[in-house]
Design a binder for this molecule. Structure first.
Ligand SMILES: Nc1ncnc2c1ncn2[C@@H]1O[C@H](COP(=O)(O)OP(=O)(O)OP(=O)(O)O)[C@@H](O)[C@H]1O
Length: 221
């Protein structure tokens, strides 16, 4: 039987910052694949390379060497504009501090990736309902709680055709109960067919994930 095509595949990724005495090998020959419906937890000490790995997967950082494949397509060598387009089509990113745009309503924030792509925004209400924010689309980010803001960020990350969600400490600014609720929603979206990479310091979130990888000094351990 043929192998399923991973939603996200990193092949032999290395990232080197700086030169000479300032040279830092942030990632050293890391390979990892995430299938649709799979949530992969990325753990490791501070400075081990977790955020760099997420940035490479999200096409926010070009690797020094190695390849990034989205749904089997090599996207490592795209121009910055083409990389931004590929990111908008395939990948959503959720950050610790939500990164909602304060001057836009919740619905406008969620619609933004679609608008940037010139796509219909008809699915926004549905996307908000799926994360338990029905009726809240007209509020501004400073009129909702942290947990609600993170749920809006998840809705924004997965609106449209995108199938890969990258989350960097998404519960870091939330209390335990609200953090669990956000993880539950993330898990639901993964179960619906998305693929996820979750950077976390919280060992208990390994239980929400299908697999955990440990990064140490830029290498998988
Ligand atoms: N833009 C940059 N320029 C130079 N060095 C960098 C840059 N970004 C990251 N680094 C270095 O690369 C290494 C990996 O950093 P990274 O942020 O990926 O670690 P991390 O595991 O996410 O850490 P934390 O858990 O503290 O967020 C660190 O040594 C860091 O100092």
């Amino acid at each position: 039987m043929s192998q399923p095509v991973p939603a996200l595949e990193l092949q032999q990724i290395s990232v080197v910052f700086g030169e000479g005495a300032r040279r830092v090998v942030a990632l050293d020959d890391i390979s990892v694949a995430v299938q649709p419906g799979e949530l992969l937890a990325v753990m490791g000490p501070s400075g081990s390379g977790k955020s760099t790995l997420l940035n490479v997967a999200g096409l926010l950082q070009k690797p020094t060497s190695g390849e990034v494949l989205l749904a089997g397509e090599n996207v490592s060598r795209l121009s910055p504009a083409a990389a931004a387009r590929a990111r908008r089509r395939h990948v959503g990113v959720v950050f610790q501090h939500y990164n909602l745009i304060p001057t836009l309503t919740v619905a406008e924030n969620v619609a933004l990736p679609l608008e940037l792509d010139g796509s219909s925004t008809a699915g926004v209400e549905q996307a908000l309902a799926e994360v338990g924010l029905e009726g809240m689309g007209g509020r501004f980010p400073d009129e909702i709680s942290g947990g609600q803001a993170q749920r809006a960020a998840i809705a924004r990350a997965l609106i449209g055709p995108r199938s890969v969600i990258l989350a960097d400490e998404p519960t870091g600014a939330l209390d335990t109960t609200t953090g669990d609720e956000v993880l539950r929603i993330l898990r639901e979206r993964i179960d619906a067919g998305a693929a996820g990479l979750l950077v976390t310091h919280e060992p208990r979130f390994a239980a929400w994930s299908d697999r955990t990888i440990m990064v140490r000094d830029g290498r998988l351990s």
